[in-house]
Design a protein around this ligand. Structure first.
Ligand SMILES: Cc1cc2nc3c(=O)[nH]c(=O)nc-3n(C[C@H](O)[C@H](O)[C@H](O)COP(=O)(O)O)c2cc1C
Length: 402
């Protein structure tokens, strides 16, 4: 598949766009409302510059680190996403690619493959849950993840059920029955999506829209929208709920979706061992500042107490280096690997991780560093007022991280 190699995440996205049916492509673009946070997440990286050295650099550079107790070959992890209908191998292809490149994988509870198969493909799997259903349902999911060998739990809390987009939401079917296939066939056939069709034709079955990690005892796998409905009807978690959940999971426990300093402090009090500064890739409350802008204030507030990760807008290795220089221990990628998966399956995800690794290595070389652990804010050109400090006693501020 030599010709299938791509040199950038942008190119992977172009190929994904050509290959995927329009509705699947749009589901990955996602973003809510006017797309302000979606765009800001990416634009914020362009505002930061590097301050390179030209001589005296070491010949070898160390990219490996540990995240939540897991040794990883590079400080880039797979962020949890549901990848129904993107590729028949779905999260298994992603898990194998991550394992081959030596990194950990976040598995969404809305994923299309069961956790047992994913942990078998990549033992460094963190299971992601939403606060959905009653406490027994939550305990059942935790117990199953524990048995399957998940090495950590990620609790995502920032979803705001915002379902409208100015550029139109794709129609997502509730199940792939014959009627639905007939309805969606024109966008595949007349849209010329032959390679996509061929991938699924080889498996002799259409994309499955079930969520096998949301199954409750004695039930069959629920459909995506049945599980989504349960989640919508569940009252939002309180900090007491989260402390309760934390007590029932004895491994690494990450709270994902934090933007504010006060929430970061509460996450620490609730017993989190990690947090991810994240806006769900701009898919929830539109108008939330870019995760990258919120990162330094959160690092300054709780960076000694928990591992601070970030995700949102990372499209190249240099982006990961900027987040690390601002104080993140590692970053997670979402759309970047989804484009790779859509463009070329497992090899496409490996390709994206290689782009990340090479980009990090080259940025380290330019900055004269021999390890990702040497990065600091002094390596960056940070414009006045770049950061956003949300949720402090005296309000929310723009500020310059020092
Ligand atoms: C299509 C799609 C599905 C997602 N599904 C989930 C999910 O099930 N659970 C979760 O915690 N985050 C989910 N996310 C958010 C990602 O984990 C991550 O926070 C985000 O994609 C990072 O931004 P980026 O795409 O710019 O890298 C999803 C994101 C996308 C684009």
């Amino acid at each position: 598949m030599g010709g299938a190699w791509f040199e950038s995440v942008r190119e992977a996205e172009r190929r994904a766009r050509r290959r995927l049916p329009r509705s699947v492509y749009k589901a990955l673009v996602a973003g809510s409302e006017r797309g302000q946070t979606l765009r800001e997440n990416i634009a914020a990286f362009s505002e930061l510059g590097f301050a390179p050295h030209v001589a005296g650099a070491s010949d070898t550079r160390e990219l490996s680190t540990t995240v939540l107790g897991q040794p990883v070959a590079l400080p880039v992890l797979i962020s949890p996403t549901g990848v129904q209908a993107v590729h028949p191998d779905g999260e298994l292809a992603v898990a194998r690619a991550a394992a081959n490149r030596g990194t950990a994988m976040g598995l969404s509870s809305f994923a299309s493959k069961p956790i047992e198969e994913v942990t078998a493909a990549n033992p460094q799997t963190l299971f992601q849950v939403y606060w959905s259903g009653d406490r027994d349902a939550m305990l059942h999911r935790l117990e199953r993840a524990r048995k399957a060998g998940a090495v950590g739990l990620v609790v995502t809390l920032d979803w705001s059920f915002s379902h409208s987009r100015d550029w139109g939401s794709p129609s997502i079917p509730t199940a792939m029955d014959l009627r639905t296939i007939a309805r969606h066939a024109p966008e595949v056939v007349f849209g010329g999506k032959w390679r996509y069709l061929a991938d699924y034709a080889r498996t002799l079955r259409p994309p499955r829209l079930t969520v096998p990690n949301m199954t409750l005892p004695g039930q069959s796998d629920p459909g995506f929208f049945d599980a989504y409905g349960e989640w919508m009807q569940t009252p939002k978690a309180t900090w007491e709920d989260l402390a309760w959940l934390r007590e029932r999971w004895d491994g690494p426990f990450v709270i994902k979706g934090i933007s504010r300093v006060d929430d970061a402090r509460r996450a620490v009090e609730a017993g989190a061992t990690g947090i991810s500064v994240s806006t769900h890739g701009g898919n929830n409350l539109d108008g939330t500042p870019a995760a990258l802008r919120a990162l330094p204030a959160v690092v300054d507030a709780v960076g000694d107490d928990v591992e601070v990760l970030m995700d949102g807008g990372i499209r190249r290795g240099g982006d990961a280096v900027k987040a690390l220089a601002l104080g993140a221990r590692a970053v997670l990628i979402g759309r970047a690997y989804l484009w790779g998966l859509a463009a070329n399956g497992q090899a496409g995800v490996e390709n994206v991780l290689d782009i990340m690794r090479d980009g990090i290595d080259s940025a380290l070389m330019g900055l004269g560093k021999s390890s990702v652990h040497q990065l600091s804010r002094r390596d960056l050109v940070i414009p006045e007022g770049f950061g956003r400090r949300l949720g402090t006693r005296d309000g929310h501020h723009a500020y310059t991280p020092d």
